[in-house]
Design a binder for this molecule. Structure first.
Ligand SMILES: N[C@@H](CCC(=O)N[C@@H](CS)C(=O)NCC(=O)O)C(=O)O
Length: 230
């Protein structure tokens, strides 16, 4: 039975823009595992698999049902040990936890600030109602207020990426010579931005752009074939 991956989509069900779902897509491709993609909109998420989750990615592999991209990556590592490693050993699993928390605390808030109104604009009507209510309650301002000040976040995001840029001067990937799940964690954040944010943010050349382009082209260009924001 093939693996099912429920992943977030916009009004266009081919627009699969979620950072966390990209982490899982890249993990499955890394392991060489085929999967059926099940595009899921925000308001459908609580209804899938009998209400199994409040958030996607949600993965079904036979009798196993798992949400959370890090838990899924650890499951794939344990279940498919003969396929290329996602962590490079126990230390890699632990170090990845730092990368997840760095990305989540330093990159995601800035990308969210840059792209939240753009994300709203690509959602179906019923999702727009949910998304505006939920996100405005969290950010304590309107999406339009957040959007108005977004240009200042471009420099802040590039500054937040400095550790990655410096590291990439000496090695090809966070994982060393080849990517690991930690690379997909940061890739997921930047792919989310690439697919939603309507202003340019990343420099077109330099270490981070080169690394990101390599990952976009991997696995038969799976990342590149996903449409960038219009
Ligand atoms: N820690 C989780 C986070 C998953 C998550 O936040 N998913 C978002 C999509 S990017 C979601 O499904 N949100 C549902 C909602 O906001 O209602 C992971 O890594 O998978």
């Amino acid at each position: 039975m093939s693996i099912k991956l429920y992943e977030l989509c916009g009004a266009d069900e081919n627009h699969l823009f979620s950072p966390h779902c990209w982490k899982t897509r890249m993990s499955l491709a890394h392991k060489g595992l085929d999967f059926n993609s099940l595009p899921t909109s925000f308001t459908q998420v609580p209804k899938i698999e009998g209400g199994a989750t409040k958030a996607v990615p949600l993965l079904r592999d036979g009798d196993t049902l798992l949400s959370d991209s890090y838990e899924i990556a650890k499951y794939l590592e344990e279940t498919y040990p003969d396929a290329p490693t996602l962590f490079g050993g126990e230390g890699g699993v632990a170090l990845t936890n730092f990368v997840i928390n760095w990305s989540q605390s330093q990159l995601h808030p800035l990308i969210g600030g840059l792209a939240m109104k753009d994300i709203y604009d690509i959602l179906a009507d019923e999702d727009q109602i949910y998304f505006r209510q939920d996100r405005e309650a969290k950010i304590k301002m309107t999406l339009e207020e957040l959007h108005a000040g977004r240009e200042g976040k471009v420099a802040m995001l590039n500054k937040a990426l400095l550790p990655l840029k410096l590291m990439l001067k000496g090695q090809a990937y966070i994982g060393g010579d080849a990517p690991l799940f930690a690379d997909y964690v940061v890739f997921g954040a930047l792919q989310w931005m690439r697919m939603t944010c309507t202003i340019p943010v990343l420099a077109e050349d330099g270490e981070v752009a080169d690394w990101f382009n390599q990952l976009l082209d991997m696995y038969e260009g799976m990342g590149r074939s996903a449409n960038a924001a219009a």
